[in-house]
Design a protein around this ligand. Structure first.
Ligand code: NAP
Ligand code: ZN
Length: 356
């Protein structure tokens, strides 16, 4: 029996999200059926709902920061049982055979991972879905290999954004070897940025936040940042030159990056996480003069995502959230576009009835 699912969907780039009903597949032998309790609101959802990347297909249910409870499992599922607290992030499948998949880096799957929303969905055909549909909904069915366990100590609402904002910042911090003594700067204190600050601080780094105004200064310090800079303050930027081993750039729009390169120490790296589609000039001389690098990073693999969840439980790290009802999503998007987010909106699916 297909699983009746309530959702909020984007139907066109310029239309508000609106109530939408569809069916999820009944769990197959390797599947876990999940009742979604909470879903975080990532800026990538907004990019896709508004077709910022130019390839959105409608109607689409976005959302890839899913936290919920298992309602049923298929015959081959041994790792999960009914009642377990689980999460689903940005992907629900991958080829499992390419070099990236075999290394546990499924996000870089060569033929391409199946993203939680907007990917062709061969398993959706039986219920009339051509593309995968994401987490702004109350049910989902996912292969067990792409489901994470949420540690008991992390409340489900605060855990949801870890599935994207958490892993997307944890992965580069680990890749670039952040630990005690590292000097890390985080550009943009939004959903990703605030997780980068908390995770880097928990790893023992000295953290600096670069923001567009001083509105978030007290919050940044409370989250573990030692220093706070406004990136349009030329004198402060000059004084911070050559200070950082790693810069985590979470800005969600096209912006000026060359002045930030000068903040890197010798051999320092700036990791680009934002999905801006326009080019941003980088000049060669400041790079070669200090052997600096500009890099990119995409979410994280399944194994690393579980490691991140366990790290958060061990270190008492969780997201700072503002819980909303499903029908408040359009207002949340408007606030996100103004960088007015403290620090992640999370949709409470228990408040669907109000929207029906
Ligand atoms: P968010 O919560 O909206 O935060 C973005 C922050 O960037 C804002 O809070 C603001 O920080 C800063 N910002 C926004 N516009 C700016 C501008 N024009 N100039 C300078 N700073 C600006 O977004 P998010 O959910 O953290 O996502 C950030 C970006 O990462 C998005 O593009 C998203 O699609 C992308 N993303 C990438 C991955 C990946 O795997 N690489 C995963 C998830 C998300 P201040 O208020 O501090 O200035
Ligand atoms: Zn995301």
């Amino acid at each position: 029996m297909p699983i009746a699912t309530r959702a909020f969907a984007a139907t066109a780039a310029d239309a508000p999200l609106s109530p939408y009903s569809f069916d999820r597949r009944d769990p197959g032998p390797d599947d876990v059926a999940i009742e979604i309790k909470y879903c975080g609101v990532c800026h990538s959802d907004l990019h896709v709902a508004k077709n910022d990347l130019g390839n959105s297909r409608y109607p689409i249910v976005v959302g890839h920061e899913i936290a919920g409870v298992v309602t049923a499992v298929g015959a081959n599922v041994s790792r999960f049982k009914e009642g377990d607290r689980v999460g689903v992030g940005c992907m629900v499948d991958s080829c499992r055979t390419c070099e990236a998949c075999r290394e546990g880096l499924e996000q870089y799957c060569v033929p391409g991972m199946t993203q939680t929303y907007g990917s062709p969905d061969p398993k959706g055909k039986e219920v009339g879905q051509a593309i995968t549909q994401g987490g702004y909904s109350d049910r989902i069915t996912v292969d067990q290999n792409y489901v994470l366990s949420i540690p008991d100590s992390i409340p489900l609402d605060a855990a949801a954004p870890l599935l994207c904002a958490g892993i997307t910042t944890y992965s580069p911090l680990k890749t670039w070897g952040v630990g005690p003594g590292s000097k890390v700067a985080v550009i943009g204190l939004g959903g990703l940025g605030h997780m980068a600050v908390k995770l880097a601080a928990a790893m023992g780094a000295e953290v600096t936040v670069l923001s567009t105004s001083d509105r978030k200064k007290a919050d940044a310090e409370r989250m573990g940042a030692k220093h706070f800079l406004i990136n349009s303050d030329k004198a402060a930027m000059q004084a911070a030159a050559e200070k950082f081993n790693l810069i985590i750039n979470t800005v969600s729009a096209t912006h000026e990056i060359s002045s930030h390169i000068n903040l890197l120490a010798r051999d320092g790296t700036m990791v680009m996480l934002g999905l801006s589609t326009e080019g941003m000039p980088v000049f060669a001389v400041p790079l070669l003069w200090r052997r600096r690098r500009v890099a990119g990073s995409l979410i994280g693999g399944i194994r690393e995502t579980q490691e991140m969840l366990d790290f958060c439980a061990e270190h008492g790290v969780a997201c700072e959230i503002e819980v909303i009802a499903p029908d408040q999503i359009n207002e949340a998007y408007q606030r996100m576009e103004k960088s007015d987010v403290r620090y992640r909106f999370v949709i409470d699916m228990g408040r669907f009835d109000k929207a029906a």
